[in-house]
Ligand binder design. Sequence first.
Ligand code: FES
Ligand code: FES
Length: 182
Amino acid sequence: MNTFCPKDMTTIHLTINNTPTTLTVPPMKRLLDVLREDLHLTGTKEGCGEGECGACAILFNGELANSCLIPALQANNATLTTIEGLALPGEAPLSSILYPQSPALHPIQQCFLEQGGAQCGICTPGMILATHHLLTQHPHPTDLQIHEGLAGNLCRCTGYMRIFESVKQAAAHQPPPTTLSS
Ligand code: FES
Ligand code: FES
C-alpha cells in the first residue's frame, strides 16, 4: 500500500449508496481503492486494473463506469452506487416472489443466483450493475441489446450463457411495455 504525505491529500464530498460522505484522500487515488480501502465496500472487485474487464464497475452519476480508471478527485460531488447499495429501500423491485428467504438481495441478484449466472464471483458485481444500467435504458432488451449492454464486462468462468439467461429473467420481471392505443 502506498503512503501519502498529508499535504498531498484532498477532501471530497460525494453521495455513495444514498449516504452523503466526506473523505480526505490522495486526489489521484483510484476510486476503486477508495471504495475498498477507505470505505470498506469490497463488493467492487479488481480484475485487470486497466479499464478492460468491468469487474470494478459502479454507477457514477447514473452511468456505468470502471472505478479503476477514476481518480478520487473526479468523484467530488458525484453520486455513486456500488453493489452494496443496489438493494437499498426505494429501489423499484422487479420481483418480490423469488427467493423470499434472501430479502436483502436485489431482484437482479436473485436472478443471477437462480440462473447460475455467477461462479467465482469476481465479475458478478459489475455484471449486475451493468444489467441494472441496461434495464434502466431498455427494460425489455433484445438479445443484441443484452450483448451490447454487457460488452464491457468480461467473465472467465460462465461462458456468458448463464449470465444472459439471468438478464433475461430479470427483464421478464419488469412491468410489461406500455402500448399506445389509437
Ligand atoms: Fe477496472 Fe478491470 S479492474 S476494468
Ligand atoms: Fe468468475 Fe465471471 S463468474 S469471472
